[in-house]
Design a protein around this ligand. Structure first.
Ligand SMILES: Cc1cc2nc3c(=O)[nH]c(=O)nc-3n(C[C@H](O)[C@H](O)[C@H](O)COP(=O)(O)O)c2cc1C
Ligand code: SF4
Length: 385
């Protein structure tokens, strides 16, 4: 019977357990996307904490696909040494690391993208103020190539896998969603056309990186927004991806504009609120041959273990619990099975925007109280530098 601490292999990548650090933007890069030493330290800390696979924060493949500040970029060959330092730090600590590749599409602004944002259609994306420009077919081809070039660099620089970001309303998701894709050409309309961009990206990435290199995807099983991507279409996309040889699908749901059903839901304070994408993930799992990861609100050991044992999930991915406790996998493995300490308040986003890197604000407050540090003073060991 499958269990949380089984060793498994995905297309030659051996993972020490079924726990995954889901992609988490850290805000720890220079403006051009070059990783800083504190990001490397953070990944080392996660690897030491026992996680099976780390997925990096979303990493732009072209500068016009950048969203938040401090985001990683993989658009330049001269970042080689920085990224090699990063992957070595993880491997030396016994971990494995996949890099998440993204183009933000219309979910950005001129300040971060350096130009008017680009999207499948010139439709304003909810919660973003600028109307994007509609991509020409030539520009679509260029972005497909940028994903493939990113995968080439990722493999050369020691990443164990790439993960395509096909969730949370970014460009791949924008093409899939009828809400943001109003095109009348071969990239819009029916599902085959709306998924054309995704399959072009997938195929070119696979061809460039090689059949023996794991290519994963984080896929929205639903946008949780009227008129957006629905589970029926997501199931068909997942089925096609599986047939095309995708190595793993991580199931998520929601976009920033989805209100309480956004990807990182608040107040997960009892087991019944946990695992909020599991029902969708089960439906995806039923039609695919590849392994399935599920993310969203996992906090208790039992909920995670049961999703593997009873619901046929292959991997459990977590983001916020590992911001607060990078050593959570080792803690559970060593027998302390109390739930993750994260209270799902989402206050960790703030320091990523304002202080040069995310950390758990709640933990800092608790430390300040315990250490009687004056309010505002920096608590030790939570900024990872
Ligand atoms: C600070 C922060 C940054 C995030 N950055 C990303 C990201 O770069 N890519 C991504 O796919 N999801 C991102 N997410 C979403 C998480 O990967 C995850 O899907 C979501 O938080 C739900 O999982 P959790 O309940 O374990 O946190 C982020 C979440 C947080 C809190
Ligand atoms: S600030 Fe801390 S407790 Fe709140 S969501 Fe982030 S990691 Fe969890």
């Amino acid at each position: 019977m499958a269990a949380l601490f089984d060793q498994t292999t995905i297309n030659g990548m051996t993972l020490r357990n079924r726990l995954v650090r889901s992609a988490t933007w850290e805000g720890m890069c220079d403006t051009d996307g070059r990783p800083k030493q504190k990001l490397i330290n953070l990944y080392r800390e996660l690897a030491r904490g026992g996680i099976g696979l780390i997925v990096t924060g979303y990493t732009f493949v072209r500068t016009d696909g950048k969203q938040l500040s401090g985001k990683m970029g993989i658009h330049r060959d001269d970042f080689a040494m920085d990224y090699e330092n990063l992957t070595h730090a993880v491997h030396d600590s016994g971990g494995k690391i996949a890099i998440q590749l993204v183009h933000a599409g219309g979910q950005t602004d001129a300040k971060h993208a350096g130009r008017q944002p680009l999207a499948p259609s010139a439709v304003k994306v909810a919660q973003f103020s600028e109307i994007p420009a509609e991509l020409t077919n030539a520009e679509i081809g260029d972005i497909v190539t940028a994903f493939a070039e990113a995968a080439r660099r990722a493999r050369a620089w020691g990443f164990d896998a790439v993960q395509l970001h096909g969730a949370h309303g970014y460009l791949i998701n924008q093409f899939l969603s009828p809400l943001t894709n109003r095109r009348k050409d071969e990239y819009g309309g029916n599902l085959k056309n709306r998924s054309r961009f995704l399959f072009e990206v997938y195929q070119k990435v696979k061809d460039t990186a090689g059949a023996d290199y794991p290519v994963l995807i984080k896929l929205n099983a639903a946008d949780n927004l009227e008129g957006g991507l629905e589970i029926g279409d997501a199931i068909r996309v997942a089925e096609e991806l599986s047939a095309a040889g995708i190595d793993t699908i991580e199931v998520s749901a929601g976009i920033r504009a989805s209100g309480i059903k956004n990807p990182a839901r608040n107040r997960i304070n009892k087991p019944e609120k946990e695992a909020y994408n599991l029902t969708l993930a089960r439906r995806i799992k039923a039609v695919v041959n590849c392994p399935v990861m599920v993310v969203g609100g996992f906090r208790s050991y039992e909920v995670a273990a049961n999703a593997i044992k009873d619901d046929d999930m292959n991997y459990i991915a977590m983001a916020r619990p590992l911001i607060r406790e990078p050593g959570l996998p080792n803690r559970w493995m060593q027998g302390d099975l109390s739930p993750a300490k994260c209270i799902s308040c989402n206050r960790c986003f703030g320091p990523g925007l304002e202080e040069g890197g995310i950390y758990c604000v709640v933990e800092k407050k608790e430390r300040e109280k315990a250490n009687k540090l004056p309010p505002g003073a920096k608590a030790k060991s939570i900024t990872f530098d």
